[in-house]
Design a protein around this ligand. Structure first.
Ligand SMILES: C[S@@+](CC[C@H](N)C(=O)[O-])C[C@H]1O[C@@H](n2cnc3c(N)ncnc32)[C@H](O)[C@@H]1O
Length: 227
């Protein structure tokens, strides 16, 4: 599907502004803010979570920065580029309560990823890797309520399913590990870390936590395991 990554109006309708506070951030402001954390935007594994991501103005801009750095770094190695491009897309997380925003955010991310990937890996680009990237995006960009931490239905009402994020990490060679955590648990862990730091205790003791599921697969086969 062709995706429009061109500049769009910051406001779609008065009703959406009134009901959901929807005003998209302009490209200039997005880039000015990202410049404040410019180095983090270059590291493929540096994680970003936008709890009200809209149609993805921040996440797409971060992805572009990460991929352009990878292109520079892995100019002559499509294999390394492909793996790191998977890491980069796996590092971006978003939640939005409006289903159409989530759909658009996912489509924009995939379109940018696929365009860059295809241009760089050329004949070595594979459909499997594209499907893996698409699957990762579908897990990372969630239609949910960032206040209640629950997934929502098409009307934006809470369901009984909690928001669950997948952590993607290469563990050895081409094996990638997906570990699923509820957003609630991740936020709790953050609080624990902050309290631990304050109390000057050993942070490592508090790490680990529990997780819901774990899958280990070849990075091009993540879409074959779990939903
Ligand atoms: C001001 S817009 C910002 C969008 C995007 N972050 C940007 O800067 O372009 C706010 C967004 O928050 C979403 N939103 C409102 N309430 C929310 C909630 N409780 N949970 C998740 N998203 C929410 C809206 O649908 C809208 O897309």
């Amino acid at each position: 599907m062709a995706v429009n990554n061109q500049k769009k109006s910051q406001i779609i309708s008065r009703q959406r502004v009134a009901e959901r506070g929807e005003v998209f951030t302009a490209e200039r402001e997005v880039n000015a803010m990202l410049d404040l954390v410019a180095n983090e935007c270059l590291r493929p594994d540096s994680r970003f979570l936008e709890p009200a991501c809209g149609n993805g103005n921040f996440l797409t801009a971060i992805l572009k920065r990460k991929l352009s750095e990878l292109r520079r770094k892995y100019k002559n190695s499509p294999y390394d580029y492909e793996k790191q491009a998977i890491v980069a897309i796996g590092s971006l997380y978003g939640v939005d309560i409006m289903r159409d925003n989530v759909d658009e955010c996912r489509e924009r991310l995939f379109s940018i990823w696929n365009e860059e990937y295809t241009a760089h890996c050329k004949s070595e680009a594979s459909e499997e890797a594209r499907q893996a990237a698409k699957f990762i995006i579908s897990r990372n960009i969630i239609n949910g309520n960032a206040l209640t931490l629950m997934c929502v239905d098409s009307e934006g009402n809470d369901t009984s399913a909690p928001i669950v994020f997948s952590e993607w990490s290469f563990i050895c060679g081409n094996q990638i590990q997906r570990s699923d955590y509820t957003m609630y648990e991740l936020l709790q862990k953050k609080e624990i870390r902050e309290r631990t730091l304050f109390a000057q205790r050993d942070e490592k003791n508090e790490e680990g936590g529990t997780f819901l599921r774990r899958y280990i697969t070849h990075y091009k086969k993540v879409q074959d395991y779990g939903e």
